[in-house]
Structure formats: C-alpha cells, structure tokens
Design a protein. Structure first.
Length: 138
C-alpha cells in the first residue's frame, strides 16, 4: 500500500492562498486557488485560468491536477480549494470527477475562504456512488 504523507491542512491552505491572487479570471472576477498534497509528499498548486472563449477556461483544481501529473505525483492524498465570498467554494461537478480519477472515496477535500479552512468533506460526500477507473473493468 502507498504510504500516506502527513496531512498538514494549514500548509496546503497557505499554498492555495498564495496562488489564488495569481488566478487569471478577468471575466468572472472570481479567483480560485487549489493545492494538492500528492502521494509523493509534494504539494502542487493550481488556479483558474479563464478564456475569452468562456468554455475554454479551466478550474483551479484542474490546474493543480495537471501540475501533479507533470510533477510525477500519481494520487491525491488531500486537496484544499480556496476562494472568496461568503459561500463555500466547493469543486464544480466536472472537477469532482477529475479529482475522483486520482483519489479515494475517503480523500479529504477541504474548502477554504480567505481566513482559512471552513469545512472538510470526503470525496464520497461530494461525489457519491461515483464512476471511476475500476468501473471500466470487465
Ligand atoms: N472555479 C474554480 O476554479 N474552481 C471551483 O471550485 C469553482 C469555480 C472557477 C471557474 C471560473 O473561472 C470561476 O471560478 C467562476 O466560476
């Protein structure tokens, strides 16, 4: 079994909060930062990158997953998503599925605001009865 890196949610929050202001979000003006703790012990950041052709924009979680894969990480041990506003910035449906590809049902998904982590979910809470790589086995 792969070893579980020590989960320091405050350190993950600090990375998400550092990249959130760097997001390219001129259309929504809604900047999001994400940080993944991967199985290799490294922390991978991501931010949303919008596009004048709106559907071509990408989410912060998507960017962090790309950074993880390009950096040699294989599995998500924990992810923090950080955004502004009163409401919880939970991952969109497509990003829940993207996270699912590299995470387990009990993988923590922590949602943060500017002041810190507000609420922790398991991936299964956000995406119950999900479809993943195992479902393709015949
Ligand atoms: N967004 C994210 O990057 N992650 C989320 O969890 C929610 C939404 C981005 C997409 C878009 O650039 C902006 O926030 C407004 O939806």
């Amino acid at each position: 079994m792969a070893s579980q890196p020590e989960m320091d949610f405050e350190a993950l929050f600090a990375v998400a909060a550092r990249v959130q202001p760097l997001a390219y979000a001129p259309y929504s003006r809604f900047k999001v930062g994400a940080a993944i703790l991967a199985d290799d012990g490294a922390v991978y950041p991501g931010c949303n990158v919008e596009n004048a052709a709106y559907p071509s924009g990408s989410c912060a979680e998507q960017g962090a997953i790309s950074a993880m894969i390009a950096g040699g990480g294989l599995r998500i041990a924990a992810i923090v998503v950080m955004g502004e506003g009163e409401m919880l910035v939970t991952p969109c449906g497509a990003c829940r599925q993207r996270i699912r590809e590299f995470a387990d049902p009990n993988t923590p998904v922590a949602i943060a605001g500017p002041g810190g982590i507000r609420q922790r979910f398991s991936l299964a809470e956000l995406l119950p009865a999900s479809f993943g790589p195992d479902n393709l086995r015949r």
